[in-house]
Design a binder for this molecule. Sequence first.
Ligand code: GDP
Length: 426
Amino acid sequence: MKSMIAAVVGVNWGDEGKGRMVDLLCADYDIVARYQGGNNAGHTVVNDMGKFALNLIPCGIFRAGVMNVLGTGMVIDLEHLWSEIEALRARGVAVTRENLKISEKAVICLPYHRTLDELEEDRLGDGKQGSTRRGIAPAYSDKYHRKALRVGDALRPDTLRGKLEPVVGFKNLLLSSYGAYYVSAGECASWLEYYGERLAPFADNTEEYLEKAAACGKNIMLEAQLGTLRDIDFGIYPYTTSSTTLAAFGPIGAGIPGRRLDRVIGVIKAYSSSVGAGPFVAEWSGSEADAFREISGEYGAATGRPRRVGPFDCVASRFGVRMQGADTLALTKFDVLSYMEKIPVCVAYDIGGERVTEFPTGDDLEAAKPIYEYLPGFKTDISGCRDAAQLPKEALNYIRFIESAVGARIQYVSVGPGRGDYIEMG
Ligand code: GDP
């Protein structure tokens, strides 16, 4: 039997509801693997076990029989991971070596990475980049500088200190340049040993595991964090995350580099939201934004920060779909638009008097102004709809409009946060 390898990715700025879609769709998969990022963003899942915000653990954790993998492309704060495991267990969710594996090659995000993130964000002051201050950028920097420790290192106390000494020496050069900060190798070793011991049962050669699973026909779902516009290479640099959010990186980051994706499910939100600084062309402000934020509940799952909100952006979303290579879309938070009389959508940008429909970069993006069109609102609560035939014609019209604007079919329409709150389009 042929294995199905699918990626569930964010088309926009993140927070599209990927976790919610993974929780739903992984019923047909044997394995869910995260392939990038750390605990700097959260996936919210609402199902019959309750409401959960996961930062590191894949959203397949609630399905019996699904193995969850923290892939090689991630950076993992061991302390945070351990607290996430304990919090899930405390709420009755089984987390064992039968349903969780951690790549021995994943990079560790240490407390000094958090400190460096804080120090740099504070140094930038008003010009801050919008970091979640969880140490992700410093940890990825260390990975590419080859100054990182990996999960496997924390499991081997006999050689750990020897690896730590030069790394900590280097870190102290940087820490001291911010002021009187100093970190000791002994302190780091204790932290690593403490969490290493607890997490050791989950650590594995996950690429060998995944390759074997694919070879014997297991279905693998790759779960992304954040969205296209936060991709380190193709996103709104430098207001990006520090990893590759694109589906194409999924097999590499998860640990099955030789495999091709059979399916890319792009999760796309019915309006726009963005956390942190940087250009965000189609944005509501003032009381309009406040009212919409309340209705939509747009506050960060990892940080509680209020998210910036705005109308659906066809220019950014078309780019997002294309860069992800999404062949199927899941439109989320559609119910949030229920109350609107007419629904604005940003169909193009005005840059210096020119109408632009290709997503620009750099200063052009900074200068872009939104050009809106208004679609008729559906003015009725659609959260109870479970079939396309139950949707008002204005809602179907909105769906068709988005499909044609971004160039891909919408297969799933999510009308609520719960697992069953969705419509599968014919
Ligand atoms: P992710 O990081 O892409 O998984 O997204 P987040 O979890 O950060 O944000 C999505 C939020 O929207 C979560 O609070 C979800 O419970 C919620 N959500 C997801 N889909 C829907 C939907 O269709 N309608 C409503 N009202 N909420 C949704």
